[in-house]
Design a protein around this ligand. Structure first.
Ligand SMILES: [Zn+2]
Length: 450
């Protein structure tokens, strides 16, 4: 039995580098749209991996002869899922989790900004990137869209650390030209030039992508937002990430700063920031008009439930994001938002989304929740052709979950009758202890092979 597939060198002559065995769970679409047909559950399944990708999937009993003799990693009754995708997370906030502020703007001033100022030091950023990415992997996350700091070198260090691990990572240097400490401010021209250099160095290098990253409308003036919109238009394939409509206090501040705009979404719309590769974190207090406009543009709203609860931002309503005929709802994604968020675990984040939905009189089905954490989030990142499914040709990014990881989970699992029962228990009771292993591009990265 092996702990990892070879990452390089000649492939084994039998046609696969290795074979992963377990209960294969993945989704071919949103179960809210296509129902049970979108859910695939294959106990006794097998994945043959070759050159970092899935080469074959099926029942272990039907493994083709040419891969049957490859080294095997048998996870028994554990769930083998596509690696989790976190579409909104802040690398320089990796250790300020559970820092209590009075609300978003106070929390930024007292905790986030002082911590982010440390990333002017490249050595600090390099060390932090290692810890941050290892934390993602320890929680089953193998791909992410990440905010760095305003510092160009910090983003370089993050990209380099992700490249060494073979992870799919999109990230960007934060743009911020006002309402922040001087050490964290750029200006329209320098921010754009640094973004250009980072894009030239890292975009589409291996599995990496660049995301132009204005923090939000409070910390970027109209000229900087417009420059970011121009960047998005002139760099096909680049992503855009920002924050939108997180707290009432923030919305009031944006209305004061942009008195000519119809609403908060209109600020970004006028800057050309709405599009199919644009991700807007939070969207807690959006109006129907804003959601409609975001839906028309093909943009994603990224629900960050643990962050919203911790900072007291509000209760996101998933109701308008249930697909209905003739409606242009925005794409829905779900993220941790570390460090405003309180858990690196996507399953725990789904549990928080479930509780938030309950409080709004909605229901988030467990199968839909896990679809969102895998293929749904991959779709929001425009990576759905490469990650988010267990399918030949897709990258072998895998998360292995043990439904009996703790005595309580084992006792609960004994009562589970359906896949939904098992997934809900993992959402409500799970944390990093449920992650048996994380693989990226055909290599086991967590636990680190000894
Ligand atoms: Zn955030």
């Amino acid at each position: 039995m092996t702990t990892s597939c070879p990452s390089s060198g000649p492939s084994s002559r039998d046609g696969a580098d290795c074979v992963v065995l377990g209960r294969l769970i993945d989704f071919t679409g949103d179960p809210a749209e296509s129902g049970g047909a979108a859910v695939r559950d294959l106990p006794g399944g097998a994945l043959a991996l070759k050159d970092g990708r899935v080469a074959w999937r099926g029942a272990a009993a039907e493994l083709p002869a040419d891969v049957g003799t490859a080294p095997q990693r048998d996870y028994g009754s554990c769930l083998v899922l596509p690696g989790f995708v976190d579409p909104h997370v802040h690398f320089p906030q990796y250790r300020i989790v559970a820092a209590g502020g009075r609300g978003l703007l106070d929390w930024l001033d007292r905790f986030a900004f002082p911590e982010e100022a440390r990333y002017a030091d490249g050595a600090h950023a390099a060390a932090a990137a290692e810890v941050f990415l290892d934390l993602l992997l320890a929680h089953g996350t193998t791909a992410a869209l990440v905010f760095s700091t305003v510092h160009e070198e910090a983003a370089d260090r993050l990209f380099a650390a992700a490249e060494r691990r073979g992870m799919a990572l999109a990230a960007g240097k934060t743009l911020m030209d006002r309402n922040a400490p001087a050490a964290l401010r750029d200006d329209t021209e320098t921010g754009l030039r640094a973004s250009e250099r980072l894009h030239a160095r890292w975009h589409r290098r291996g599995r990496l992508r660049y995301a132009v990253s204005p923090r939000f409308a409070v910390t970027s003036g109209a000229a900087q937002l417009a420059a970011a919109g121009e960047f998005l238009k002139s760099h096909p394939g680049a992503l855009m990430q920002t924050h939108l409509s997180e707290t009432r206090e923030e919305i009031d501040e944006v209305a004061r700063l942009f008195p000519d705009c119809i609403d908060y979404t209109d600020v970004y719309d006028r800057a050309g920031l709405l599009g199919p590769r644009s991700l807007f974190a939070h969207g807690v207090h959006l109006s129907a008009r804003e959601r409609e406009r975001l839906g028309e543009a093909g943009a994603a709203v990224v629900h960050c439930p643990t962050s919203n609860g911790f900072l007291g931002s509000g209760l996101f309503d998933i109701g308008p994001y249930a697909p209905a005929a003739g409606q242009a709802a925005p794409r829905l994604a779900v993220a941790t938002d570390i460090g405003g968020g309180t858990s690196y675990s996507l399953p725990a984040t789904l549990g928080s989304a479930y509780r938030t939905a309950q409080l709004r009189g909605r229901r988030l089905a467990p199968e839909r929740a896990f679809y969102l954490a895998t293929l749904g989030n991959a779709e929001a990142l425009d990576m759905e052709d490469e990650i988010g499914r267990l399918e030949p040709g897709y990258y072998a990014d895998l998360t292995v979950l043990d439904p009996c990881a703790t005595p309580l989970l084992a006792a609960r699992e004994a009562l589970s009758e359906t896949l939904a029962d098992t997934l809900l228990a993992l959402m409500i009771l799970g944390d990093d202890r449920i992650v048996r292993a994380s693989w990226a591009a055909g290599r086991q990265l967590h636990p680190k092979p000894g």
